[in-house]
Ligand binder design. Structure first.
Ligand code: MN
Length: 732
């Protein structure tokens, strides 16, 4: 293919100018010179490289820088770091070259980005280790993560040109780590786009279906917004409020989730979109202006009292501030209205960086938002955990997802804990010592147990006793990683000191039996008593669970060969016996197929579904749907165990799949359903369970079909039966 270099160079210059234009409002004296220098350096370093799509490589750093400034609201240092982010990784330039030319800060950020690049290439624990590194940099300079998110966003936007299994890997990892991270940093718009892109690549059909529905209904929504705002416009202006109105549609992915979770159709989602009233207000008038607008809106429209949310008085931990209410429109629809100021809107969309920008201008104490608090907690978690990297990631991820609960100390100080946190979590939050000696608590003056789950607004007083100490049981109801880590630490200490006694007992016995305590005998003993470590052995001895008299069995001739002993405790490193190379494809339904595979029970794939193979430890290859509920975890943790899988078309087999049918109950409806299935389509039914309640009919039917088009025909036919409201495929 002939490449028109002149045209390409023009395009590069054009894109560079776009970047400068976007950056203009944040540039200070001399900044544009530096950006130009960074651009030239990057251009020179990447000059012979091209992206998978065939485009010049420089398009990528330019795009990442553009996202950083335009969509995250970052400044010059980050723009420069974004332009140079792949230079150390992919070219001959080194961090010290960057430092010399662009200073320490930029060099640090680029160094951080280089360390966490290529995250998904290797096995799970390496990936986790990389992620851990990334979190470490979070507590140093959050800009590393922000530029990384910009990088990931651009890679997701250009995923099209990647090979299929790479698409799946990158998409899953994005879903597993980056989307929650964006969420936690308050980058709402980016989080939604990442989720949508993930969805687009893992469930193509479903994505397109919902996306087209959104397009089709767009005019109707615009009309609704116009009609909604008309009657209140004058009142808002009369009250002296300057405002703009935006209509915001839910993301494709969140609509999909809603449809799935509640088993409803697109048309039944009542909060498909929200009306956003964005006010211009002076810093000291923001709260009053929002409540004034709320008062006017609810003068005209009746609010649903259960759905008022005030995140202005108590912002979310990621900095989000807004007033939400749901009101009844004059056309009989519930409409969510979000009221906020321009500043709040900026923070809601762009998150951390925007938050930073406003911080300087306002009272530092009131703006000391939950985010810095969160970063402090992350640092604590990193510093006092002896978790393996993998444990750390899953723990951290849980923290990313959780919503908060707000409670007060006896003195009235506000503390934020993850939703579901208990009185014991609160105790550890106050101080480790208080947690360890926590006996119980008084919530709103009433005595409650340690496991009491905190509610918003609770005032909590912790009762302690010097005699109290942590037990295994406590791990069952703590929610925060801090409490969990501290309890485990204490239990370990306790176990160690008990084990000391056991160790002495074992040594005495061995002496007596004249057995030498070397590596070989240690291994044999562990296998004999089926314990994982010498510590466990000593502990069990001290506790009387293992009788030292049994140690004499070590002298008996060996029954089991040595190898089985070894296998016992290298269990973690088990390797699958299947050897699969990158180029292998599992051809499903092909009788000549050499690889041994089964269909996963969690998602029951049928021909036509998008699928992948997963190499299990002992059960061959399992075939999952790409939208299987377990897929994200499998692909992001064990990317190296994924193999491509494809349906071949020769064999006509019957696959078991399930349908959930909902309808209005009437005489003969079940008969109509089974008639369509067995008589018209000649499909075998394996089981039917039906529930009827208050005139509603709900059936779960397991049937054998050939492929997805066969299944879709069945669904369409079932939907055409009168009084049937919805028919949906279920996973199991
Ligand atoms: Mn990159």
């Amino acid at each position: 293919m002939q490449i028109d270099l002149e045209k390409e160079n023009k395009e590069i210059v054009h894109r560079y100018r776009q970047l400068l234009k976007a950056a203009k409002p944040v540039l200070k004296e001399g900044d544009s010179k530096l950006i130009k220098k960074a651009f030239n350096t990057s251009m020179q370093a990447h000059k012979d490289m091209r992206r998978k799509s065939g485009e010049p490589y420089i398009y990528h750093p330019l795009a990442v820088a553009q996202i950083a400034v335009e969509e995250i609201g970052l400044g010059t240092t980050s723009i420069i770091a974004a332009l140079l982010h792949d230079v150390v990784e992919d070219t001959h330039l080194e961090v010290r070259d960057i430092e010399r030319d662009f200073g320490t800060k930029v060099a640090q950020i680029v160094d951080g980005l280089t360390k966490i690049s290529g995250v998904f290439e290797h096995g799970s624990s390496q990936q986790a280790e990389n992620f851990r590194k990334m979190i470490l940099t979070l507590s140093e300079d959050v800009r590393v993560i922000l530029v990384k998110l910009a990088d990931r966003l651009h890679n997701m936007r250009t995923l099209e040109s990647m090979p299929r299994e790479k698409q799946l890997k990158i998409a899953s990892e994005t879903m597993y780590l980056y989307a929650p991270l964006a969420h936690r940093l308050g980058l709402y718009v980016i989080k939604s786009e990442l989720e949508d892109l993930y969805f687009k690549y893992t469930d193509v059909e479903r994505y397109q279906y919902i996306d087209s529905k959104i397009q089709q209904t767009s005019d109707a929504r615009k009309k609704l917004i116009k009609e909604f705002i008309e009657p209140i416009d004058a009142a808002l202006r009369k009250a002296g409020l300057k405002y703009v109105v935006k209509g915001r549609t839910k993301s494709v992915f969140s609509i999909h989730n809603k449809m799935k979770d509640q088993n409803i159709s697109f048309e039944d989602i009542f909060d498909l979109f929200a009306i956003r009233v964005i006010l211009k207000a002076k810093p000291d008038d923001e709260k009053a202006a929002c409540w004034k607008a709320y008062s006017i809106v609810t003068d005209y429209y009746k609010p649903n009292p259960d759905r008022l949310k005030d995140w202005i008085s108590t912002p979310k931990a990621n900095g989000y501030e807004s007033l939400h209410t749901t009101v009844m429109s004059h056309t009989g629809q519930w409409v969510e209205v979000q009221i906020r100021t321009e500043r709040m809107d900026d923070i809601a969309e762009k998150g951390y960086a925007a938050h930073w920008k406003y911080k300087e201008h306002s009272d530092p104490k009131s703006r000391e938002s939950g985010l810095e608090d969160w970063i402090r907690k992350v640092r604590e978690l990193i510093e006092n955990s002896d978790y393996s990297a993998l444990e750390f990631v899953s723990e951290f991820r849980q923290n990313l997802f959780s919503e908060e609960v707000f409670v007060f100390t006896p003195k009235g100080d506000l503390r934020t804990l993850p939703f579901g946190a208990t009185a014991l979590d609160f105790a550890f939050e106050i101080h480790t010592k208080i947690g360890q000696h926590c006996l119980g608590a008084k919530v709103n003056q009433k005595l409650v147990p340690l496991s009491y789950q905190l509610n918003n607004g609770d005032q909590v007083e912790i009762l302690t006793s010097g005699k109290q100490k942590p037990t295994e049981d406590w791990l069952k109801f703590v929610k925060t990683s801090k409490a969990r880590a501290k309890i485990k630490e204490a239990l370990k200490e306790e176990k160690k000191s008990i084990a000391e006694d056991g160790k002495a007992m074992v040594e005495r016995k061995l002496n007596h039996l004249k057995i030498e305590w070397n590596n070989e005998t240690i291994n044999k003993t562990l296998a004999l008593f089926n314990v994982k470590s010498p510590l466990d052995l000593y502990y069990n001895v001290a506790k009387g669970i293992i009788d030292t008299a049994d140690l004499k069995k070590l002298k008996e001739p060996e029954k089991k060969p040595e190898t089985t002993v070894k296998k016992e405790y290298t269990g973690d490193k088990k390797q699958s016996s299947i050897n699969v190379s990158d180029k292998d494809i599992v051809l499903l339904g092909d009788t000549m197929q050499k690889l041994d595979y089964h269909y996963a029970k969690c998602c029951n794939p049928i021909p036509g579904d998008e699928v992948f193979g997963f190499i299990t430890v002992s059960d061959g290859i399992k075939i999952h749907r790409t939208n299987c509920p377990n897929a994200v975890e499998l692909m992001s943790h064990y990317g190296y165990r994924i193999v491509k899988a494809k349906w071949t078309s020769q064999t006509e087999l019957a696959f078991l799949t399930g349908l959930k049918i909902v309808g209005a109950d009437r005489v003969g409806i079940l008969n109509d359903v089974t008639k369509v299935i067995s008589n018209q389509l000649n499909i075998n039914i394996r089981s039917i369970t039906v529930d009827t309640e208050d005139g509603m009919f709900e059936g779960t039917i397991m049937v054998f079909v050939n492929d997805t088009s066969h299944l879709n025909t069945l669904i369409t036919k079932l939907k055409n039966i009168s009084d049937i409201i919805s028919v949906n495929r279920i996973d199991t």
